[in-house]
Design a protein. Structure first.
Length: 92
């Protein structure tokens, strides 16, 4: 006979959800003369054979950056985009 405390069975409802980890490093695309107005972005991923595995579109508005601080003139505008596991796009 043991005197230990019984533990509840592990189920998805009792486990702490895990934060998804990035699949790979972030990617960057340089776009010269990016405006500070809405732009339509098309993101296409292809596999090694060249077949399209993701083809999504989103409209986002690039924002100015302040690499030297807010008291200095703004730098070039930038936009950030996140791709979720389900392939959905989110502008950040």
């Amino acid at each position: 006979m043991t005197t230990g405390t019984p533990t509840a069975p592990r189920t998805p409802a009792t486990e702490t959800p895990r934060t998804p980890q990035p699949v790979g490093p972030p990617g960057f695309a340089v776009v010269h003369d990016l405006p500070q107005k809405p732009v339509r972005v098309t993101l296409v991923f292809k596999d090694r054979q060249g077949a399209t595995v993701l083809d999504r579109h989103i409209t986002l508005t690039p924002k100015p950056t302040y690499p030297n601080g807010r008291d200095c003139p703004p730098g070039d505008p930038q936009a950030n985009l996140t791709v979720a596991e389900d392939g959905s796009l989110t502008a950040r």
